[in-house]
Ligand binder design. Structure first.
Ligand SMILES: [Zn+2]
Length: 97
């Protein structure tokens, strides 16, 4: 039930708005590696901008609370392991290991 709500929220307006705002008003620096994030990159690019949750949703973090939001590269966000807010492309790379 919760995951369904989150999934709906991901494409819903409130989170989209929070993302747009963070992109616009944030530092555009990745909290994880400390490097700038290029906002012009395609969303599927590993170094593209993502919204990360300081407290993962799976641990009760609020998906819409701005204080729980921070900016990260898609790659860095993914490395961290919690993908609650990431739609990683399901493409051929899964066998790259
Ligand atoms: Zn990074």
């Amino acid at each position: 039930m919760q995951p369904l709500d989150y999934r709906r929220g991901r494409s819903g307006r409130p989170l989209a708005r929070a993302k747009a705002r963070l992109k616009r008003e944030g530092s555009n620096v990745c909290w994880s590696c400390g490097k700038p994030i290029d906002l012009s990159l395609d969303v599927r690019h590993p170094m593209s901008w993502t919204l990360d949750h300081a407290t993962p949703l799976s641990r009760g973090g609020d998906p819409l609370d701005p204080s729980n939001h921070r900016e990260a590269h898609r790659r860095c966000n993914s490395i961290r392991g919690n993908r609650a807010d990431v739609t990683w492309p399901k493409q051929a790379t899964s066998r790259a290991w």
